[in-house]
Design a protein around this ligand. Structure first.
Ligand code: ADP
Ligand code: 5GP
Length: 190
């Protein structure tokens, strides 16, 4: 059976990655499964362990790093780690489905380096800094301190956009969803 591809979606937090993924995840043409990352942060809002993330303590996360269980991992925010488990990628691509990852810019660039032509790397660009701020505040799930940390990091993250093979602006959500679907359809046909 043909192995699935690895699809990477990266963007500054608040740009709309999760929203876009939720709109395409059940499209049968794309054969997608979401890559559940491990993180050392606490669940937010309605998030559940094993659905959005595997929520681990910092110690448990570091134990898995020492055991070489990650494809890649990053301390995305000071003191908070996120990583893609090897077991997660093997489970999905082995079944012939494509795995879609919502991971940070450094992780995305690393995954592309590791998997080469088996990875489809897409950067989602916010329409403007002001709109990004509105979306982060509108989500109403983070404290002011966390929102500031994420906005401060956005400029740094946008600097990685040119390294990605594909860039899609998330201004009109419908258009961004159509563009991302089209990229995945064309690239997984090859
Ligand atoms: P991310 O996963 O990149 O951190 P989210 O998907 O959580 O971002 O989106 C952040 C907020 O912006 C959410 O409240 C979402 O509903 C909103 N949003 C996403 N895409 C758009 C869009 N194209 N136009 C307006 N609001 C959007
Ligand atoms: P959030 O806390 O908003 O869910 O995610 C914060 C950031 O962590 C986002 O930029 C997201 O893409 C990134 N992230 C989530 N999972 C992973 C992962 O497995 N690896 C890396 N490198 N980044 C991740």
């Amino acid at each position: 059976m043909k192995k699935g591809k690895i699809i990477v979606l990266s963007a500054p937090s608040g740009t709309g990655k999760s929203t876009i993924i939720s709109k395409i995840i059940d499209d049968p043409r794309l054969r997608l499964e979401f890559s559940i990352s491990a993180t050392s942060r606490a669940p937010r809002g309605v998030e559940q362990n094993g659905r959005e993330y595997y929520f681990l303590s910092h110690d448990e996360f570091m134990k898995r790093v020492a055991n070489d269980e990650f494809v890649e991992w990053e301390e995305v925010y000071a003191g908070t780690c996120y990583g893609t488990l090897k077991s997660e990628v093997e489970r999905v691509v082995g079944s012939g489905n494509n795995i879609i990852m919502d991971i940070d810019v450094k992780g995305g660039v690393n995954v592309k380096k590791i998997f080469g032509k088996d990875a489809i790397d897409i950067f989602i660009v916010p329409p403007s800094h002001d709109e990004l701020e509105r979306r982060l505040r509108g989500r109403a799930t983070d404290s002011e301190e966390i929102i500031r940390k994420r906005l401060d990091k956005a400029e740094f993250e946008l600097g990685f956009a040119p390294q990605y093979t594909y860039r899609v602006v998330n201004d009109s959500l419908d258009q961004a969803v159509a563009e991302v679907s089209d990229i995945i359809l064309k690239a997984t046909e090859q």
